[in-house]
Design a protein around this ligand. Structure first.
Ligand SMILES: Cc1ncc(COP(=O)(O)O)c(C=O)c1O
Length: 389
């Protein structure tokens, strides 16, 4: 069959493939970006699930923009957005709509590399050229930050339309931008007229340190912000939302009409019920506490069992540790780990086509592994390292 060039060259997602291996019996999975199954807030929507059938209007066609009670809730919860909303099937659909709205084949999209694979796939499908943005470490400072000199030099080419960013607990590295980085990036995007995409599915999962500004208030005229209810609610419900300048949301709404008419109303009503439940703030606090504990436990086990064979930074939220191997290849370690019944993703999977992949890291998810299994997971990882084969 003659597929279009972008569709024909789209590679299957390593993570989606590894997730099917991860469901084998006795496998411990640190591969996906999944919330803890035991912490899914099912009880907060139980009554709403049971009463869905009493609301026939939720089983009719709905508005492409989204279910208006949910939009009212979003305005209340996220006043800093102060822009219109469009409800999507997960934030992944938001990324796809943005790519379709802005990208002509060959247009430039800057992405922090390594990057979230689903975004790279959506941009690749639209024919974008990815301009990689790397992190740098400055003398005397802990951690690293995006190289803003490199960012500006990309912008100066005049070929970049979008900057795709995950400023809060980046996938896959777990890093968060400082307030200063947010201000400087916003100023650069304004100055060069580049659309800044703030993809923030992990923002509510900060378990230490200070919350920083959302990017929208810093540059409302060029910022599109994506919300997801997969990490704080239920990934299976497939619900996300985006807000941005009215002119953009109107175009995105038209593209959504052409794609799937609208997001399912029962799902929107359930997420609306979750967000309005009096115990929703407690649920978030409990999630943060639990993930703080899981992260701390994983850190301690990594230090205890792997010592100087690995390096990693402390993260302040989200779901991931980016583990750098002092020796050997992440791809080999991930393959050996599968034989030891541990699923992890090699760092090389997070690099776009045409960019040289660094194969000396693996991504570890800590949110989905029950605390009792963490020591065993790290022991399997220790048995998978280069020196132990
Ligand atoms: C950075 C990032 N953006 C978007 C998504 C997609 O989320 P959703 O389930 O809302 O489509 C993910 C999922 O892992 C992610 O890590």
């Amino acid at each position: 069959m003659q597929f279009s060039s972008p569709a024909g060259s789209l590679k299957p997602s390593y993570i989606r493939e590894i997730l099917s291996a991860a469901s084998q019996p006795d496998m411990i999975s640190m591969a996906g970006g999944l919330p803890a199954s035991s912490l899914l807030p099912v009880d907060l929507i139980r009554t709403s699930c049971e009463s869905l059938a009493d609301h026939r209007e939720l089983f009719q066609y709905g508005a492409s923009r989204g279910y208006s009670p949910l939009i009212t809730t979003l305005n209340k919860l996220y006043p800093e957005q102060n822009n219109p909303w469009l409800i999507c099937n997960g934030s992944q659909q938001g990324i796809d709509l943005i790519a379709r709205a802005f990208v002509n084949p060959g247009d430039g999209v800057v992405a922090e590399i390594p990057a979230y694979l689903g975004a790279l796939q959506a941009f690749q499908l639209s024919g974008a050229q990815i301009y990689p943005l790397y992190h740098i470490s400055e003398a005397g400072e802990a951690g690293s930050k995006p190289d803003l000199i490199q960012l500006e030099s990309h912008f100066k080419t005049g070929k970049v339309k979008l900057f795709y960013a995950v400023p809060d607990f980046h996938n896959p590295t777990g890093k968060a931008w400082s307030e200063e980085t947010r201000i400087r990036v916003s100023n650069l995007c304004r100055h060069y007229g580049v659309i800044l995409i703030e993809d923030s599915p992990y923002r509510e999962l900060r378990f230490s340190g200070e919350q920083c500004s959302s990017l929208t208030p810093l540059c409302p005229e060029v910022c599109i912000s994506l919300k997801s209810f997969s990490k704080i609610g239920f990934p299976g419900i497939r619900l996300g939302a985006m807000s941005g300048p009215a002119e953009f949301i109107a175009i995105a709404e038209r593209i959504k009409q052409a794609t799937d008419l609208h997001t399912g109303l029962p799902q929107q009503a359930l997420i609306n019920a979750l967000l309005n439940h009096p115990k929703y703030p407690d649920h978030l606090a409990h999630l943060r506490n639990s993930y703080r504990g899981r992260h701390q436990q994983l850190r301690s086990e990594l230090i205890k069992q792997l010592g100087n064979q690995v390096q990693f930074e402390r993260v302040e939220g989200g779901m991931f540790i980016w583990l750098k191997l002092t020796k050997g290849s992440g791809t080999n370690v991930a393959a050996r780990a599968l034989k030891h019944k541990l699923a992890v993703v090699p760092g090389a999977a997070f690099y776009p086509e045409g960019v040289i992949a660094e194969d000396s890291a693996i991504r570890l998810n800590f949110s989905n592994t029950e605390p009792t299994l963490i020591p065993e997971a790290v022991s399997r990882l220790a048995n998978s390292l280069e020196s132990s084969s």
